[in-house]
Design a protein around this ligand. Structure first.
Ligand code: ZN
Length: 462
């Protein structure tokens, strides 16, 4: 397509458009680590106007575009397909305004999550979204995947943190919706079109996001439990006793805790690894004395009532980080265990979780006696991550996917809690959404992107 590449080169300076040998492998490699064929070109806009100019050209020439942030997605939504242009947001990375009085930060789409967290931290504030990929994932990626992560139990998903968005439509039209207030009942809330839709309806360029005063105190505890009934009892107790101070409640089945503390470098085991379940509890708030007291009293009560077998409260920031590191090392654990496995991110009611995990394990054993599931996740949000592992002699990706998604359907769960659909889960979308819902998604896609140039084929086909 030489004439289109000529048009691109004429429209932008040489640092903005990369082609041929100028395209580094990171633009066509994702978390799976296996590069695909390079894209037609990589375009790295500096501003919203560049994004608009690029999409106008692509719209006219019917050239498909995939938008990339930190490339930490897990569903193959941003790996370029044949003939696609990569729109990299890496140079749109300014934090434009921190408004502590209004509790708002305005950031460009390519700002890495951790940099935003640190910047608002300098002013005594926190941006509550947090996940293992914080160092590389970007604000635009977080919004377009409606990222969840570790503090959803208290602050909600990314959707709940977005006040306003600026986005560019497929034909280059710019929707300027960066507004700094929560209340705004003036018709269709257009920003929601771009939250969680994986770049299929528009390209996010800037966002106004909610920030909160940083808590003066944070307590992190790790508990060992004998059964999943006790996990549920502990969640009830934590909700009752810690109330709005409860900021995370993460569960790990034995295999996850044992293997992570054994195999992942730099991860220690603060409690012995022979207990059936582990729970990480975090509480935070402004009254340091009360936060510490409440956590200690709650755990002492839980120990007395036999809900927990053992517990340790982090005595320093470093100790808290070490406990979080266990829970945050799922990707590293996957790598340490080798390639033969399939990852799942499902949601289901908490009272079905134990039976679900057992059904998955039993089903895997029927496929291969050496197969097993590593289960962990955000119990308080009804979200479990499952890594199904099996001997590498046969590729079982498809049968394992069918098995786990089938069981998820049997338990009335959702096939994607927080990772999205991308290309990877597209064949299974209909297990979680009705035919009418998917057709309505197609109607929106046709209206906003008539030539189908934005991330085509991700989530569903038109
Ligand atoms: Zn997660």
């Amino acid at each position: 397509m030489p004439s289109f590449l000529d048009d691109l080169s004429a429209a932008f300076d040489a640092t903005t458009v990369l082609t041929g040998a100028g395209i580094e492998p990171r633009y066509h490699t994702d978390m799976a680590g296996v590069p695909v064929a390079p894209p037609l070109a990589v375009v790295r806009p500096r501003a919203t106007e560049d994004v608009s100019k690029l999409l106008k050209l692509c719209h006219a020439a019917r050239v498909p575009v995939t938008t990339q942030g930190g490339m930490t997605g897990l569903v193959r939504a941003t790996l370029p397909q044949a003939g696609e242009i990569v729109l990299s947001t890496e140079r749109m990375n300014a934090i434009e305004e921190v408004d502590t009085g209004g509790g708002v930060v305005i950031a460009q789409t390519g700002v890495p999550l951790q940099r935003l967290q640190e910047r608002v931290g300098q002013d005594g504030f926190m941006f509550p979204l947090d996940l293992g990929a914080r160092g590389s994932c970007t604000i635009g990626g977080n919004i377009s995947t409606n990222a969840g992560g570790n503090r959803v139990i208290r602050y909600g998903m990314t959707r709940d943190l977005v006040l306003g968005l600026e986005a560019v439509l497929a034909d280059g039209t710019v929707l300027r919706g960066v507004r700094k207030y929560i209340k705004n009942n003036t018709g269709i809330d257009l920003k929601q079109l771009f939250v969680g839709t994986e770049g299929t309806l528009g390209v996010i360029t800037r966002a106004a996001l909610r920030i909160f005063p940083a808590p003066a105190e944070q307590q992190v505890a790790l508990c060992a439990l004998a059964s999943f009934d006790e996990v549920r009892a502990l969640l009830d107790l934590a909700r009752t006793r810690l109330g709005g101070d409860l900021t995370a409640f993460e569960v790990m089945w034995n295999e996850y805790y044992r293997l992570t503390t054994e195999l992942v470098k730099g991860v220690a085991a603060p409690l012995p690894a022979n207990h059936p379940f582990y729970v990480l509890i975090e509480s935070s708030g402004s009254d340091a004395g009360r936060i510490r007291d409440d956590m200690e009293k709650m755990l002492a009560g839980a120990l007395e009532d036999g809900i927990i077998l053992d517990a340790t409260i982090a005595s320093s920031g470093a100790a808290a980080a070490a406990i979080w590191k266990i829970r945050d090392s799922s990707v590293e654990l996957g790598r340490a265990l080798g390639p033969a496995g399939v990852g799942f991110d499902v949601s289901l009611a908490i009272d079905r979780m134990e039976a679900f995990a057992k059904a998955v394990n039993d089903g895997l054993k029927k496929l291969d006696k050496d197969a097993y599931a590593i289960v962990f996740g955000h119990a308080g949000d009804g979200n479990l991550h499952v890594n199904a592992k099996y001997p590498p002699t046969v590729d079982r990706t498809e049968e394992v996917s069918k098995l786990v998604y089938g069981i998820t359907g049997d338990f009335s769960g959702s096939i994607s809690a927080e990772h999205g659909i991308g290309l990877l889960k597209r064949p299974y979308l209909e297990l979680s959404r009705t035919a009418e819902e998917i057709e309505t998604m197609r109607t929106l896609k046709r209206a906003l992107d008539p030539h189908g140039i934005l991330n085509p084929g991700r989530i569903f086909t038109v």
